[in-house]
Every structure is written in C-alpha cells, then in structure tokens.
Design a protein around this ligand. Structure first.
Ligand code: SAH
Length: 479
C-alpha cells in the first residue's frame, strides 16, 4: 500500500489516496476525480476532503471507501439515527437536507441533458418534504435468527437475544438482521409497536424464521398507518398458526399508547422473502385501515399497494394536476394507474378518466376505491399498456385530451412511447420515479413534437437518493 498524490495516473486496487469529493451521484454515491479518472466514494459528502481506500479499479472508474475524514464538508450534519451507516435505509442522513434537495435536482438535470439530449430543459427546485422524518406510512421489518451486532454491542448481548432479531436487513447480508429500536422514518407509536413486539416474542421464546434453514416461525412485521386518519395496522407474518400466542399478542397490542386499529396475522410457508401470506386471520378491527389522499379516502389491506409518503404523494399529484391544466370537458388517460390514486385525485375536475394497469388486483382496488368515494366517471381496465395502446379499437374507451403516465422504474416500452407520441394529445404529463428512464423516453417523445415545458422534482423519500418528478410536456407543430 502506498500513499499516492491525487494525479497519479496508475491508480491500483489497495491504494490509499487523498480526494476532494465533488458531487453526489446516482444511487447516493459520491464522486471524486483523480487524474481524469472518476472515483465513486461511499460514505462521503460533497465538499469533504478524505483519505480513501481504492477497493475496485476498472478502466473507466474506480470505487473507494473513506478511511479518514481529513476536512469535513460544511454540508455534513450529525445523523439523527444511531443505526446510520450500518442500516442501508437512509444513505444521506449525514447530508444537510438542503444539499440533498440540491443533488437530487442536479441528478435530474444531468439525466435529461446526458440521456435525453435535452440541453435547454428547465428543472425547478426540488419540492422538499415538510417533515423529512416520520414520513413513511408503511415500514416492513424482518425477524432473523442471526442478529447483526454493532461494535458497541459486541459482548453486551446474551446468547438468546443474539439468535433473535427484529429490524432491517443489513445491506448485502440477507441472512443478517440489524436490531432496530428506533427508526426515524416512522412514527413514535410505530416504534413502540416494533419494540413491544420484539419483547413479547422474545419473552415467549418463539423462534425467528431462518432464511437459510427454513426452520423457525416469525418472519415479518409490517406496520402501516394512515397519516391523515391516525389508524394503525399491524400485520405479522409467520409460518405457523399459534392461536393462543396470537390472542395474547392481540391483547398486548390493545395497549392504548400503541394506537392499533387492526391486527392481522398472516401465515405462509413459502420461501419468498416478501411479507405476503397465504392465509390471513384478523384479530383486531376489520383487517383494513383508511387513509385520505386529496379528497378521497382509501381502504388499505395488508397486501394493498399504496404510496408510502402520503403528504408528498398529495403534492406530487397536485403538481401533476396543475401540469395537465385540466378542464371540465377533458377525457384523461391515466396509464400505469395502480390502484387508481391519480385517476381518482383528478376525476371530479374532468369529464372522464380511463385508468389502465397490468395488475388485476390493483384494478379491483381502483374500482372499489372509486365506488367508496362516489366517483362515477372513471373506467379501469386491466391490460398491459403495450396491448392497450396497440389494440386501442378493441377497448371501448373515449379518446384522450390529456395523457398522464406513471410507469415503473424501467420507464415506458418503446411501443408505448411511439403510440403516445402519435396520439396527438396536446397535454402530456409524465410522473417518473426514475429520471434516467424518463429522460430517455422524453428524448424519444421529442421526435414526435413533444417538448418538455418544465420538470419539478418532488422529494418523496428524504435521506435517500430516490427522486420523483412531474414532467410537463406539450405538443408543438414540429416533428
Ligand atoms: N400511478 C400509480 C402506480 C404507479 S407504479 C400510483 O401513483 O400509485 C407503476 C404501476 O405500473 C404498477 O402498478 C405496475 O403494476 C404497473 N405496470 C408495470 N408494467 C406495466 C405494463 N406493462 N402495463 C400496465 N401496467 C404496468
């Protein structure tokens, strides 16, 4: 190992080098440069001066981790969470919130220029979250029989507690669970449920399920809460039905300070690592909670998809609505509509909304949500958007005046981009959870005469590098 000067050309794996961190890039990694080589540095903040260890060296780039912080960036803040750095949840908690917003905007701008080829695009300031902590309405924790101990916990935890953890997965260590007693992304009541649950099962020596041997019982604890309604759901997934234990657990959950409105016990013996159950038994309440989004109330069951940041989702949809410049005569298509949240958000302001989505269960939820909210001017269709767009005549739906599209991370299929491009609608709104793919799609839409008017990044997930955008496009004469 040798200490190199920053412009040493022949950087090698194992070298230690001094670096000035320039910016924060995709996936939250920081970027520094040395002799023209890009170096991704984990655990840094733009503005830091660090001594870094090169652990990967490729032709085009290298990867490093911070060995020593020489001069801290003025944008560093003390992370609020004691699990920061080990838990993979909040990679940016050590960066001032204003800087997080800044780098998210830069990331969007960069994607649209570099990938979309849209040089003169206008990207507004990132819309911040009013409450950058406690914003999630859902947290999913796992039980594990191999607890990951922090350095200060080594030797302090007894054997039984070591074999039982309830918390979050350690990144890249899927068999290891980090014991979490306070997660700052969820409410204090949800943290109280988390800790009471751990104490309850540990005291009864009920074993955690092992993802290695597939033995054991307890698998997941999902806590959901309606941020507007205050209703709270506990969904506990295990492999066995231990009725007596669950009755006791339900009794414990009725402690007033936990504020539990419904408790569902889910049972599954599948090997999958997601919190889905084959059988569900409701012990408290009716198995659902309600959440309000805009003017509508949604019923959420343990398996329903729902935006995880209620308050920012409302602002995201509000921006989408503004960008669509809706009039009472408009027919709107809501592509990739999920459970219909956008369609129902705007339905009262337009003539008709057609929502299209691949997942049949989501469409069932969308129809029920429309009915529950007394909305009658929506049509929900289960279809792959590629088929819907390709065989439009076969679906008896009115032509759109406006299209709103909210695809998954992969963006839109090229055939969908082409069909939207040829649709002739004047107003097009693209809601995106991935700037790289929306930039690519908007670059293609330019060829059909759609210009990006402006883009507003919306911070749905403070302390992570994820960013949503509302992209407003208009049809011009030129193709
Ligand atoms: N607009 C919704 C959900 C957006 S998430 C909301 O705001 O809540 C993207 C949705 O696209 C998911 O529900 C997913 O099931 C759906 N989807 C993914 N690929 C699809 C395809 N090829 N055709 C139709 N829907 C698709």
């Amino acid at each position: 190992m040798s200490l190199l000067s920053p412009d040493t050309p022949q950087l090698r794996r194992g070298d230690i080098i001094e670096l000035e961190i320039e910016k924060a890039a995709f996936e939250g990694r920081c970027v520094a440069r040395s002799g023209g080589l890009v170096i991704f540095v984990d655990g840094a903040v733009p503005g830091d001066r660090v001594r870094a260890f090169i652990h990967k060296k490729k032709k085009q780039f290298a990867e490093a981790r911070v060995e020593e912080l020489l001069v801290p960036s003025p944008h560093r803040v003390l992370p609020r969470c004691r699990h920061f750095g080990v838990c993979g949840g909040c990679k940016w908690q050590h960066m001032a919130y204003a800087q997080q917003l800044r780098w998210k905007r830069e990331h969007v701008l960069d994607a649209f220029i570099r990938i979309g080829g849209l040089e003169d695009v206008r990207v507004n300031e990132t819309l911040p979250a009013e409450e950058p902590f406690w914003y999630r309405n859902k947290m999913e924790f796992s039980f594990g029989e191999m607890r990951w101990l922090l350095p200060d916990e080594l030797g302090t935890v007894d054997r039984e507690a070591e074999l039982f953890a309830l918390g979050l997965h350690v990144p890249k260590r899927y068999d290891r669970i980090l014991h979490i007693d306070e997660c700052h992304l969820e409410s204090p009541e949800s943290n109280a449920i988390l800790n009471a649950t751990r104490d309850f099962f540990l005291a009864r020596s009920i074993p955690a399920y092992s993802t290695r041997t597939h033995e054991g019982d307890l698998r997941h604890l999902v806590i959901r809460e309606g941020k507007h309604t205050g209703e709270r759901m506990v969904f506990l997934v295990s492999t066995q039905h231990r009725e007596d234990v669950m009755r006791d657990y339900a009794r414990m959950l009725q402690r007033p300070e936990l504020g539990v409105s419904t408790f569902v016990h889910g049972i599954t013996t599948r090997k999958s690592t997601v919190a889905i159950a084959d059988e569900e038994i409701v012990y408290i309440g009716d198995g659902t909670i309600r959440e309000q989004l805009g003017r509508n109330v949604f019923r959420i069951s343990p398996s329903s998809f729902f935006q995880t940041n209620t308050l920012q989702a409302e602002r995201l949809y509000g921006l989408a609505e503004q960008a669509a410049a809706l009039t009472p005569d408009d027919v709107v298509w809501d592509l990739y509509c999920g459970t219909g949240t956008i369609a129902l958000f705007i339905a009262r302001d337009v003539r008709h909304v057609v929502g299209v989505e691949l997942n049949a269960a989501a469409i069932e939820d969308a129809r029920r949500n429309a009915q529950d909210n007394g909305i009658e001017n929506t049509t929900f269709i289960t279809a792959d958007i590629v088929d819907f767009i390709g065989k439009r005549q076969e679906f008896d739906v009115p032509s759109p005046d406006v299209i709103i599209t909210d695809p998954p991370r992969a963006g839109m299929h090229p055939k969908v981009v082409e069909a939207v491009g040829r649709s002739g609608v004047e107003r097009l709104v693209y809601v995106s959870c991935n700037p790289s793919t929306s930039a690519r799609d908007c670059g293609m839409l330019r060829e059909y005469g759609y210009v990006v008017e402006d883009i507003t990044p919306v911070d749905m997930f403070p302390h992570t590098w994820h960013i949503e955008c509302v992209i407003s496009l208009r049809k011009t004469g030129e193709e």
